[in-house]
Design a protein around this ligand. Sequence first.
Ligand code: URA
Length: 433
Amino acid sequence: MQPFMPVSTIRQKRDGEALSDAQIGQFIEGYVRGDVADYQMAAMAMAMCLRGLNTSEIASLTRHMLESGTPLTRVTDRPRIDKHSTGGLGDKVSLILAPLLACFDVEVPMISGRGLGRTGGTLDKLEAIPGFQTQLPDEVTTDMLSSIGAFIVGATEAIAPADRKLYGLRDVTATVESIGLITASILSKKLSASLDALVIDVKVGSAAFMPTIEEARQLAHSLVDVGQSSGLPTMAMLSDMDQPLGVAIGNAIEVNESLDVLAGGGPPRVRQLTIGLSASLLKQAGAFASLDEARELLTQKLADGSAHEKFMTMVRAQGGLLDGPLPLDPISDIVAERDGHVTAIDCREIADAVIAMGGGRRRTGDQLDFGVGIAMQVEIGDVVSKGDVLMQCHATPEKHAAVVNQLKHSVKIQDEPVKARELILETIGSETA
Ligand code: URA
């Protein structure tokens, strides 16, 4: 084999030539060892971002990032399933989906992340529960999978360390938005959990990574193709992110909404998406022959309290102290300034207001204020009159005063009516009946 020459490999990619599996392996292994410098990896990430990666390059990158760590061990032969979301405002589905699925004879080893920028993080929401631990010893998570069927934790050093190092670099070198790099990053972590089936919720819309349906489709196909070719049955659902998912936006407030859904209530769109994603996973895992049957039993587990009980068991096992809804900051109303139809909701403005109130991070390591949040009172397509409540804001009076105008103008009210987009737009990689 030729000696490894990082600069000539970077040049090859810069000139638009595909890289071999061996070249990608040498680059990733060298980067983890420290032989490939950050500036060389940054140049390579930029070349990959600008020139793109073909499916076999993405599959190689995924495999080498996976092999930089140690996959989770398996102690039972129950199907292991999980979901990933590309991130959106008010997306609390993971909190509900993991315990809901664990009501069936499957395992859900959910490895989640923290929020940065406008996307909220599952771990941050769970840490609003006093005592909740997101880093647990391997023996505890292994035991939780066998006894409860689910856990939700952060990635350990053993989970695809190459991705952890590369993601940090991409974040500061404008190389996050690359379909190939995103695919390899997501799948290397999901493959590390030794899954039997994966569903990816690809958000589409003004508040999503992928604003157009065409871009979302491209990412979904890349994830499904590379997942399947890596031996992991993978499907993707494209879901609407032109407006927040559900009512609650924040940390403690999203835990509270999750508790409502887990007890059979909560906003219909949160229930619909959670059940849709869960039914696909259970069908892929062979637990049900039809999606209709899976949906019916999932609905029953929410209605009869089983999913709520499973969530409470999982929370206790992770050190959390929860005996009802979490406390929130004082509430005040944001009202409509005119009559009309709600035609758009600017999720970026709302997310920025939540960050400004301390509910999200500007920089890694920022401390969060768990009690702040927003409760949406309208959806796209609603008719409102002047003075109607558009949303409720949980914050101290000072914080509320700082964001009230931003929040008021995030809801667009116009004379002509519009129809809201469907929540689940497309399914890629699997049959739908
Ligand atoms: N989420 C990830 O885990 N990786 C990416 O590259 C983007 C989103």
